[in-house]
Design a protein around this ligand. Structure first.
Ligand SMILES: [Fe+2]
Ligand SMILES: [Fe+2]
Length: 191
């Protein structure tokens, strides 16, 4: 596919985000770029997916719900109850319809960046992980995840999934089955 001019893309994303979220996005772009280079993946795809991964994140839930209806997105039972998951699904459709992205791997990386899923592509893993370990993130264990991400992409994704799954459980939140499936898939592959 022809990717959008990166400067124009960054400017368009900036208009949709708070300055804090934009700073996070810049961190995800830089981290995704490094991970893609390190693990021999397409750097341009990684950067475009990173720029757009949270494009819908600062829209209020009512507006996300409206857009999901417009885009014929059907939420599963858990997603319908967890508003934090909506921006990924809606964001992927915004990337397709409003930014002209037709690369299915880039769209999947945006769509699945919050929960992960079984059988993630390399690009999906890069975006999932970059979102968790970008330089602006500070939580117990993040440095260990950064260290792991220097040698073993899939191992770092596994550890990041475990970290986010444990966080959701500690908060008493609903756990999306895709996160569990993503973890099981990696464990089975590595056993
Ligand atoms: Fe997100
Ligand atoms: Fe993010």
């Amino acid at each position: 596919m022809v990717f959008p001019d990166e400067e124009a893309l960054a400017a368009a994303v900036r208009r949709r985000l708070t300055s804090q979220r934009f700073a996070h996005t810049v961190g995800v772009v830089e981290t995704a770029d490094q991970l893609a280079r390190r693990f021999g993946l397409d750097v341009q795809r990684a950067r475009v997916a990173a720029w757009l991964h949270d494009v819908a994140k600062d829209e209020p839930p009512e507006s996300l719900l409206k857009r999901a209806k417009e885009f014929d997105i059907v939420f599963d039972e858990i997603t319908a109850r967890v508003t934090e998951l909506w921006h990924a699904l809606v964001g992927s459709e915004i990337a397709r319809r409003e930014f002209g992205i037709d690369d299915e791997d880039v769209l999947a990386a945006i769509r699945h960046h919050t929960t992960g899923r079984a059988g993630m592509s390399g690009l999906e893993q890069v975006i999932f992980l970059a979102d968790v370990i970008e330089p602006g993130r500070a939580f117990p264990g993040v440095d260990e995840l950064r260290r792991r991400s220097r040698e073993d992409l899939e191992g770092a994704v596994l550890a990041a999934l475990e970290s986010t799954i444990c966080y959701v459980i500690r908060q008493g939140g609903l756990l999306h089955p895709d996160a569990v499936a993503a973890r099981n898939h990696i464990l089975l592959r590595r056993s």
